[in-house]
Ligand binder design. Structure first.
Ligand SMILES: NC(=O)C1=CN([C@@H]2O[C@H](COP(=O)(O)OP(=O)(O)OC[C@H]3O[C@@H](n4cnc5c(N)ncnc54)[C@H](O)[C@@H]3O)[C@@H](O)[C@H]2O)C=CC1
Ligand SMILES: O=C([O-])CC(=O)C(=O)O
Length: 263
């Protein structure tokens, strides 16, 4: 039986906690860390088996697998203790991994493991296979409803107010490395694609604010010497409009694999 701890009990953290609580072979929920303790207690009351609430800096001691779903700040606080202890770290805020190459080295040194779940996108197995040959180009086009793009400092600094947007509007075009810096809570999927494929300096990204979008929509286009790939998803939003419900489900699917004997 492997024990899981969840760092950050927001839309993803709560959904992952509920999924494990419903029962998963080889996996149990051992602890949770939250910023707002009262809100967390309310959320934990929805579970059959209520795990302890533990301070974030001590979370590594409570689990074999720690799921980061609290943002880049939470990742920065827990990554070293989890990997130092040779444990598994599941990273949702994977955009932050692009600027933290030392974490890969740390994991290697202590036999810890970093897992990047497929999150709000898919098709990454084909992208990784294509990367064994030559990928000529990789592109992510994300469309999100304006409500999913609120309180983003990079947009505010440019005076971009999306409340009045009536037509699909391109708000960002660049590479995954920039997307991760400017949209740390919205374009982790760009980092996921770049890690599977040709890296953050070559993976192109477009972000559209689209008042007609139903949920968060992501399209991937990859051209390679083994063929061309197209993937697209219109994902249902979670309790957080910026976050697709599929992201938590991708963690549950990953945990199910990690719970298998010998994994
Ligand atoms: N890889 C992917 O495909 C996706 C990644 N994400 C990322 O996953 C992360 C979580 O997403 P959501 O659950 O939607 O966010 P959320 O905002 O609903 O939840 C984050 C939670 O972390 C908590 N938190 C923040 N700092 C904390 C601290 N120091 N200690 C304990 N808890 C703390 C917050 O109070 C909040 O409850 C975000 O970074 C988001 O960008 C989201 C969607 C898809
Ligand atoms: O949930 C989504 O659709 C994508 C997202 O927020 C992210 O990549 O950070």
């Amino acid at each position: 039986m492997k024990t899981v701890a969840i760092a950050g009990l927001g839309a993803i953290g709560h959904a992952v906690a509920r999924g494990i609580d419903r029962g998963m072979d080889g996996i149990r929920l051992g602890a949770v860390s939250a910023r707002d303790q009262d809100a967390a207690r309310v959320r934990l009351d929805t579970l059959l088996h209520r795990p302890p609430l533990v301070p974030l800096p001590r979370i590594a001691a409570h689990a074999d697998i720690v799921v980061e779903c609290g943002g880049a700040g939470v990742l920065a606080e827990i990554a070293a203790p989890v990997l130092d202890a040779g444990k598994h770290l599941v990273v949702l805020s994977c955009g932050a991994l692009l600027s933290s190459p030392e974490l890969g080295l740390l994991a290697g040194r202590h036999r810890g493991r970093i897992h990047v779940p497929s999150g709000a996108i898919g098709g990454l197995d084909a992208v990784a296979a294509m990367a064994e040959g030559e990928i000529r180009s990789a592109r992510l086009i994300s469309r999100k409803p304006p409500i999913a793009l609120r309180a983003i400092p990079w947009l505010e600094q440019r005076g971009i107010d999306l409340r009045e947007v009536r037509e699909p509007t391109l708000v960002f075009r660049g590479y995954a490395a920039q997307a991760a810096r400017h949209f740390p809570a919205n374009l982790n999927v760009a980092a996921t694609l770049s890690l599977a494929g040709i890296g953050a300096q070559r993976t192109e990204v477009e972000l559209w604010a689209d008042p007609h979008a139903r949920g968060n929509c992501h399209a991937i286009e990859v051209e390679s010497d083994s063929g061309a790939m197209r993937f697209s998803i219109e994902a249902t939003a979670s309790g957080n409009p910026a976050t697709s419900s599929l992201a938590a489900q991708s963690v549950l699917a990953l945990l199910r694999r990690l719970g298998l004997p010998g994994a």
